[in-house]
Write a protein that binds this ligand. Structure first.
Ligand SMILES: Nc1ncnc2c1ncn2[C@@H]1O[C@H](COP(=O)(O)OP(=O)(O)OP(=O)(O)O)[C@@H](O)[C@H]1O
Ligand SMILES: [Mg+2]
Length: 280
């Protein structure tokens, strides 16, 4: 499992003559890599994620997964949204099985696969429960199991934990990054949350807005699972925050001509352990 994702010279306007939402987005996400897209509201994160999912075609440029241009959604690249959107009249097991049923899997295969997935997300004892009786975190776990059921190469998350309490959020962030690591799934997560980025990313793409561009790329060279209490974690967190603020400051004080680049990275100034990568 896992697949490379190429973002090739993507520029987008929702309509001819409308403002440019994304400009010159170029990146190469490796198979099995966990990437976080971070940026302020409106910078185009969801727009870019929808393009990777095949839900929206870029006006210019293209997305390629495993070398093939993405032109429609596929069970091989699954998206999880902020709300789990489960079917309330079905129990946990049937919600998880849905994608497999659509794909025409046999009964025995579905039973076995669903049981394994419910084990993986810690819901084996809730298989027969109605999803409406579950907590928000448990519902997101069902959605995760459903997304994993078709054995996707790519999992795309659009702020899927933002409605959850802090404890549930932290454990799900770790679990999802761990599961994708174990299964080799390429993971792209959209967030505003600096901690979520350091918890879940091998690499963070920092986006600026008006138009949305990738302003910086930072590699998070920490072992898995991440330990938010560690000095190293806090150091990366601080460095990401600084880099984010620099990008923001540049945008607010710039004259809009965008001929300058943001100031030097956190690493250049205080020796923070970031490695700027020239991918893309
Ligand atoms: N369907 C649409 N039609 C026209 N404009 C849109 C559409 N969807 C998004 N936009 C515009 O594109 C820009 C980027 O929106 P997008 O939803 O991708 O941002 P975002 O970074 O995901 O923001 P947030 O963090 O608030 O979710 C915004 O200016 C938004 O108004
Ligand atoms: Mg969004």
């Amino acid at each position: 499992m896992g697949a490379t994702i190429h973002l090739n010279a993507i520029t987008h306007r929702y309509k001819a003559g409308a403002p440019t939402v994304l400009e010159d987005i170029d990146d190469q996400i490796k198979s099995g890599e966990r990437v976080v897209l971070i940026g302020r509201s409106g910078c185009g994160k969801s727009t870019l994620l929808h393009m990777i999912a095949g839900l929206l075609m870029p006006a210019e440029g293209c997305v390629k997964i495993a070398g093939r241009q993405v032109v429609r959604p596929s069970a091989k690249w699954n998206m999880m949204f902020q709300k789990p959107s489960l079917y309330p009249w079905m129990n946990v097991r049937d919600n998880v099985a849905l994608g497999l049923r659509f794909a025409g899997a046999g009964k025995a295969e579905i039973r076995e696969r669903v049981a394994g997935l419910l084990d993986l997300v810690g819901l084996a004892d809730q298989a027969g429960a109605n999803v409406q009786s579950l907590s928000g975190g448990q519902q997101q776990r069902v959605a995760l199991a459903r997304s994993l059921a078709t054995r996707p190469d790519v999992l795309l998350l659009d702020e899927p934990f933002s409605a959850l309490d802090a404890f549930t959020r932290a454990s799900l962030q770790q679990e999802v990054a761990g599961i994708c690591g174990d299964l080799g799934i390429t993971l792209v997560t959209v967030t505003h949350d600096i901690d979520e980025a350091i918890l879940m990313a091998d690499r963070v793409l920092i986006m600026g807005r008006n138009p949305g561009r990738i302003e910086a790329r930072l590699t998070v060279d920490l072992p898995w699972p991440r330990d938010p209490g560690s000095v190293d974690f806090q150091q990366r967190r601080r460095a990401l925050m600084e880099q984010f603020q620099q990008t923001d400051q540049f945008q607010q004080t710039g004259d809009g001509s965008r001929t300058e680049r943001p100031p030097s990275s956190a690493q250049d100034r205080d020796g923070a352990p970031w490695r700027r990568v020239s991918n893309g």
